[in-house]
Design a protein around this ligand. Structure first.
Ligand SMILES: [Zn+2]
Ligand SMILES: [Zn+2]
Length: 343
């Protein structure tokens, strides 16, 4: 089969590799859509311990069942499916406590984890355990299904916020995770959502996704947010960027007693206005990955509650992978979500 194989920093080749054979309890999925994640890009640039070469990336995907391994029932070749890509151990204390998202023994399809590497879906075919298969309702497209994994990250973070009906929020970063967060916040009843980003085309997309206002971060963000909230600040800051400027501006624009949801991790280490956060009695929350949220997110799409496909800016053949990765890595692209297909 053909696959996009990551060989090292900025070295991705579309080449022939052996087609995997499903073992007991596994299925072979013919990939129909796989979207490029920001984490794939940082892996491509060589900055990620979660992408060790050689590796076929791709953890946001959908396809059709091509073959069943021994003992697999309840599905058949040709079935349209999505795949829950977090393969946790189910035995450790974290898993037993419902924290399968942070299981130390987990594999994530298309990445390298402590447990090892697991080839992903930037290929003609990918292997998945049968229990991770989600059947795809007929009216949900392959492209939409490929966006369920990033959606699940924003969905979990939004669920952590509790009852947020009628509240106000600011979202830093209008990339896929921030845009999905805007959709989730809106769907959970947040009445005012201020998108904050440095790119105007992303702010325009944020409004299409449900943001009530867009603020360019080149301007005076605290002043703009004060103006939009009657001087009070927002109840919730959702940080999908995670750099010192967003965290610290967030601490400034969130109201006293408000909540910061920290999801972005662009800066692994930073200095924050810690005292300011304490004396405002802020709730500092974090969220990582997902547990049950992929299945829940797919259901929300199937029910018409979220329109994730609007953030797909390009659909390209898999063979275009090396070119588009290099273009996206250049940092000057206007793309928001790029989906690769095998059609
Ligand atoms: Zn991702
Ligand atoms: Zn575990």
């Amino acid at each position: 089969m053909k696959a996009l194989v990551y060989h090292g920093p900025r070295d991705l080749k579309y080449e022939e590799i052996p087609t995997p054979v499903p073992k007991k309890g596994e299925v072979l999925v013919k990939v129909r859509a796989v979207s490029i994640c920001g984490s794939d890009l940082s892996g491509y640039k060589g900055g990620s311990a979660m992408r060790i070469a050689p590796l076929v990336m791709g953890h946001e995907f959908s396809g059709e069942i091509a073959a069943l391994g021994e003992g697999v029932s309840g599905m058949k070749p040709g079935d349209r499916v999505g795949v829950v890509t977090n393969l946790y151990c189910g035995k450790c204390q974290d898993c037993k406590d419902g924290l399968q998202n942070v299981c130390d023994n987990r594999y994530i399809i298309g990445t390298t984890m402590k447990a090892g590497g697991y080839n992903g879906a930037m290929a003609d075919y990918v292997i998945a355990p049968a229990e991770k298969i989600m059947s795809l309702p007929g009216h949900v497209s392959f492209n939409e299904c490929a966006l369920v994994e990033p959606l699940s990250i924003s969905l979990r973070a939004t669920k952590h916020l509790g009852d947020i009906k009628g509240k106000t929020a600011a979202v830093f970063g209008s990339g896929p995770i921030g845009l999905m967060a805007i959709m989730c916040l809106k769907s959970f009843g947040v009445s005012k959502i201020i998108a904050i980003d440095v790119l105007d085309n992303r702010l325009a997309m944020a409004k299409q996704c449900g943001a009530t206002d867009g603020v360019n971060s080149n301007g005076d963000v605290p002043a703009e947010v004060r103006k939009l909230t009657g001087g009070l600040g927002v109840d919730i800051v959702f940080d999908a960027a995670g750099v010192p400027a967003t965290v610290n501006t967030g601490i400034e624009i969130v109201r006293n007693g408000g909540t910061m949801m920290l999801v972005g991790m662009a800066s692994p280490k930073m200095e924050i206005e810690y005292k300011h956060a304490v004396v405002k009695e802020l709730k500092l929350l974090t969220s990582y990955m997902y547990t049950t949220e992929m299945r829940e997110g797919l259901q929300m799409i199937a029910d018409g509650k979220l329109d994730v496909k609007r953030m797909i800016t390009s659909v390209l053949p898999m063979s275009d992978g090396p070119r588009i990765f290099e273009e996206l890595a250049g940092g000057k692209s206007n793309e928001i979500k790029v989906v690769l297909t095998n059609d």
